[in-house]
Ligand binder design. Structure first.
Ligand SMILES: C[S@@+](CC[C@H](N)C(=O)[O-])C[C@H]1O[C@@H](n2cnc3c(N)ncnc32)[C@H](O)[C@@H]1O
Length: 209
């Protein structure tokens, strides 16, 4: 199931200005290889959140080859940092190359390994944490992320509507993990949470001050 009608998705993306042409190259690569990036509509939203929060410290769980992280980087001033985590060394190398092409390498802290383990070794606090890792890890990922977010910060997770499979009568294991995670965030006492039905569903939880 498409969450948004494809024509509406195209309409939303049509007039979006990319801050650098390298983002378009990355989108073409994703289309060619069927690699799941967040896409320009969500990317633009991330950049807007960075500006709203005046974010300087961002942690990303599951960076792929750096598309979402570059949108974050373009929203930040020169002294901002996005910590990218990725288990594939090949993706991480590409990510570093794309950041360099976009002239944003000064804002990049790229780490190879398990995103949750890396985050557990950080004290934070972070202005924004984005989670886009394997879905069965979402509950554990949220448990690691929430205490490391500053009050007033945003926790963001991709794919929470999972192509509509969250409506399945007999959801599979990955869908059940997303459902469990979503309930956990919605019940979190000091969170103000929205689910935005663009692309594959974006959950945004504000940590109350
Ligand atoms: C959906 S892609 C990320 C896309 C990226 N956020 C973007 O929009 O440009 C998920 C990536 O996370 C990586 N990944 C999945 N689970 C991970 C984990 N626990 N630790 C580190 N990387 C992980 C995968 O190798 C994959 O490249």
């Amino acid at each position: 199931m498409n969450i948004l009608h494809p024509d509406i998705e195209s309409y939303l993306a049509k007039h979006l200005r990319r801050p650098h042409p390298v983002l378009t190259d990355m989108e073409k690569r994703a289309e060619r290889l069927r690699f799941p990036i967040i896409g320009p509509v969500v990317g633009n939203l991330l950049r807007q959140y960075v500006a709203l929060l005046r974010a300087r410290r961002i942690f990303e769980m599951g960076s792929g080859y750096g598309y979402s992280a570059l949108w974050f980087a373009f929203g930040m001033p020169a002294d901002g940092t996005v910590i990218c985590t990725e288990r594939s060394s090949e993706n991480l190398q590409l990510l570093q190359d794309f950041f360099a092409k976009a002239g944003q390498q000064g804002k990049l802290d790229a780490r190879q390994g398990d995103a949750i383990e890396i985050l557990l070794n950080e004290t934070g606090p972070f202005d924004i944490i984005l989670m886009d890792i394997d879905k069965h890890e979402y509950v554990r990922g949220f448990e690691a992320a929430w205490p490391r977010l500053r009050p007033g910060g945003l926790f963001i997770a991709d794919n929470v509507l999972w192509k509509g499979q969250v409506l399945d009568q007999q959801p599979d294991a990955r869908t059940r993990a997303i459902l469990e995670f979503t309930q956990m965030v919605l019940k979190q006492k000091n969170a103000l949470t929205s689910i935005i039905p663009i692309r594959d569903g974006v959950l945004v939880a504000l940590k109350k001050e």
